[in-house]
Design a protein around this ligand. Structure first.
Ligand code: NI
Length: 153
């Protein structure tokens, strides 16, 4: 495994729409392993492929319930709303208030291409929405109703 460089929000790769994953093999597994290690080292709860310069539709997350690898993810249901503070490893030092669904159902493939669904709420739902947005080139700063001053959080 290896630590990958996390791109800053100003990098144009973070503003592009990513393509689906079509090959489920060693190359993808290496990328997933590297991303999990990179996320952990950066104390993040989620990391999307474009944040490390891979313009493909997948992300990793760990909000404390174990590692989730979501390939070609789709949010197939949303319920309720939650408002909360959000940040991003690509926007160091920035925090903002973002409204997200309270609950989501995620449909995705695992690293072997097998489909699964995951029901998530609260932080996990927020993270799934945030990481899914990255795959469409959308950053939380574009969705925040307000940004916090560095000392506010
Ligand atoms: Ni992010």
């Amino acid at each position: 495994m290896a630590i990958r460089t996390i791109l800053n929000e100003s990098d144009e790769q973070l503003h592009k729409i990513c393509r689906p994953v079509t090959e489920f093999g060693e190359r993808l597994w290496q990328q997933l392993d590297d991303m999990a290690e990179t996320m952990e080292q950066a104390n993040g709860v989620g990391l999307a492929a474009p944040q490390v310069g891979i313009l493909r539709r997948f992300f990793v997350m760990d909000v404390g319930d174990g590692l989730v690898e979501a390939i070609n993810p789709m949010i197939i249901a949303k319920k309720g709303t939650q408002e909360g503070t959000e940040g991003c490893l690509s926007s160091p030092g920035k925090w903002g208030i973002v409204e997200r669904p309270k609950k989501v159902i995620l449909k995705a493939q695992d690293r072997y291409g097998k489909e699964f669904t995951l029901s998530a709420e609260d932080l996990a739902a927020r993270c799934i929405c945030h990481e899914s947005d990255h795959l469409d080139g959308i950053l939380f700063t574009q969705k925040a109703s307000s940004m916090l001053e560095p000392d506010d959080r």
